[in-house]
Design a binder for this molecule. Structure first.
Ligand code: PLP
Length: 418
């Protein structure tokens, strides 16, 4: 049996066994052709970060139209590197301890913690109910002299008005980090999300639009930042930097193979991840299209059903945004608020796995309380509304058949019979 047919067989077995849900949140994007690329790297025995990682970075830069892209082992590492680069002593214009960093209250844990881990102060900003993204009016109110950066989160495949946002930020000299971990391939006014900021980050974790198992990418706008990030990614090493020769000449007494010039982490990916990630990335448009088709099929089926009673409002993209849907995002109709948990539990039991919008209002999480972040969750009315009413379900990575869409609809409507 050929490697490809063995893999196809293995993939089929896994797919049926992997989830107890008919409609899981985590639907695999892996095809045998992606995994074969990873296996080829394993067989070559050149498995650590090397040529294939560079090839992925180059392809990514070209497609997204970023300036510099560096692959890392996760989106979380990319976020930490962006903040660590902004505070790094090699950076002329850098953030100092106690400087404030804005962040939407609907965010992911590792969008937030790098700010605190780097000695900076997070300032939470409320979000919009319409698109789940940062609220620009609240953002303006939260800016002070100490505000130096924004860790923006593009929520589940859509964004805020990037034109208005970048105007506010440049007027106030605020750095922008775009956490694009959930929104790869989405555009605002025909320009990819992740190309507006000083830094941007992407995740290739398993359940995302494309995957390298674990993995991520960080983009930046100039060579200096690229060199800082490269060094931080790999132990603080001088190896592989564009100015490596110059550094070696400066520190001639130290073995040039083991020359450390910065603080550091080990956030390197492997070439195995890069090979799988690159193969997936080459089909990014295809994956985005499938999700778009499935989303449309499901929504059309639900709203035309005689059982439709505005049970939910679907989150739509603003007209200037070309979305890259992560899942089917919705807000439960107010009238069901008190039955929310029962409805969501029943959905799950019937086979429609669901979860909150990212992690809800992050200020409600116990981890935040432990760190005394001063702001109160009750001061974020829209984030609270999303916390109380928001949910999303998976969209699968193969075009849904009519029978599947019917099953989806039956589960959905039956979940409200409680
Ligand atoms: C907004 C956001 N940022 C960062 C991350 C972290 O990415 P990773 O799981 O690759 O560490 C996630 C994870 O899904 C995310 O949703």
């Amino acid at each position: 049996m050929s490697l490809s047919s063995e893999l196809n067989k293995a993939l089929k077995i896994k797919e049926t066994k992997r989830s107890k849900h008919l409609f899981p949140l985590k639907d695999s994007t892996f095809r045998s052709k992606d995994l074969i690329q990873g296996i080829k790297v394993i067989l070559s025995k050149d498995v650590t970060m090397s040529k294939i990682t560079k090839k992925f970075e180059k392809t990514f830069t070209k497609k997204i139209k970023s300036k510099y892209s560096l692959m890392v082992n996760s989106g979380s590492s990319a976020n930490l590197l962006a903040i660590q680069c902004l505070t790094n002593p090699y950076r002329k214009n850098r953030l100092k301890k106690g400087d404030k960093v804005l962040i939407p209250s609907i965010c992911w844990s590792t969008s937030l913690w790098p700010i605190i881990q780097s000695g900076l102060k997070p300032v939470f900003v409320d979000v919009d109910k319409k698109n789940l993204n940062i609220n620009l009016d609240d953002l303006k109110k939260k800016i002070s002299k100490k505000t130096k950066a924004l860790m923006l989160v593009h929520v589940l495949g859509v964004s805020t008005d990037m034109e208005k946002l970048t105007k506010i930020l440049s007027k106030n000299k605020i750095f922008l980090i775009e956490d694009t971990c959930e929104s790869i391939g989405a555009k605002f006014k025909n320009k990819f999300l992740g190309t507006y900021g000083d830094f941007s980050t992407f995740s290739f974790y398993f359940s995302h639009q494309i995957s390298s198992v674990e993995g991520g990418m960080i983009c930046c706008k100039n060579r200096e930042d690229e060199n800082i990030i490269k060094s931080l990614r790999s132990h603080g090493w001088a190896k592989g930097l564009s100015n490596q020769k110059k550094i070696e000449n400066k520190f001639k007494k130290i073995n040039k193979k083991f020359l450390f010039i910065n603080s550091g982490f080990n956030f390197r990916p492997t070439d195995i991840q890069a090979a799988i990630g690159l193969s997936q990335f080459n089909s990014l448009d295809y994956f985005i299209k499938i999700k778009k088709i499935n989303r449309k099929k499901i929504i059309n089926r639900l709203v035309l059903d005689q059982r439709w009673n505005n049970q939910v409002n679907f989150i739509e993209n603003d007209s200037k945004v070309k979305p890259s849907w992560f899942g089917l995002t919705m807000l439960l109709n107010k009238k069901y608020k008190n039955k929310k948990n029962k409805i969501f539990d029943k959905m799950d039991k019937l086979g429609l796995e669901n979860r909150p919008i990212i992690s809800g209002n992050f200020l409600k999480q116990p981890a935040v309380k432990k760190y005394n972040l001063l702001q109160r969750s009750k001061d974020f009315p829209n984030a609270n509304y999303i916390h109380e009413h928001g949910l999303f379900v998976g969209l699968k990575n193969q075009v849904l058949k009519k029978t599947e869409v019917d099953k989806f609809a039956n589960i959905f409507f039956n979940s409200f019979n409680i």
